[in-house]
Ligand binder design. Sequence first.
Ligand SMILES: [Zn+2]
Length: 222
Amino acid sequence: MVATLDAPLGAHLAPGGSCGLAQAVRLSAVRLLDGRLVAFKPAAVIRCEVAAAVAGWLREDLAPAIAALGSQVTAVTVAASYDCRPRNRVSGARMSEHGLGNALDVGGFELADARVMKVEKGGLPPSLRAAMKDSACRRFTTVLGPGSDGYHEDHIHVDLAQRRMGFRLCRWNLDAGTVVARKDKPKPKDTAPAPAPASGSAPGDPATDAEPDGAGGKADGK
Ligand SMILES: [Zn+2]
């Protein structure tokens, strides 16, 4: 893992409470078991425990699943990491797990053969989608993806939120968005895709974390 320790990020007051993390890690790359480096673009600012979990996920699950597609992963697209904001960006809402450095949003992957795979519009091959969901839901306590709530159509949110009774969330409809899986084709306007998660949830909508106990979020900075 190639990571540097950031200065404490801290305790800015957000509408929903305080955010920040005492020991922030800036994760810029993970070294795979074969020695190759996989970059995080941009580097993710997260808690050390989350960085370790993400590194293990990439090394042991994601890299092999991508290798099975005939290439090698070279980069992970980071859609969001640390972000001091309340859930749903609603004033008074609880702090998002992003505001605690506890969450990472993955937008996709870059491969050695120049392929770029994106979560949006069913852009991940089915085998990778299935392996990614299965492994994420084993490693993280919250996983939100396409089809979960209308706000995670273009990224996968994972976090290590602690909940009462060890409750976990694993919500990702693997078929969501696959109707437009081929990006070289225009969007079919007259064919109804799988059940739309929510109206008005086009990419670029304001971030919301509709999940009551989860802490997802729309990719920030978009
Ligand atoms: Zn998120």
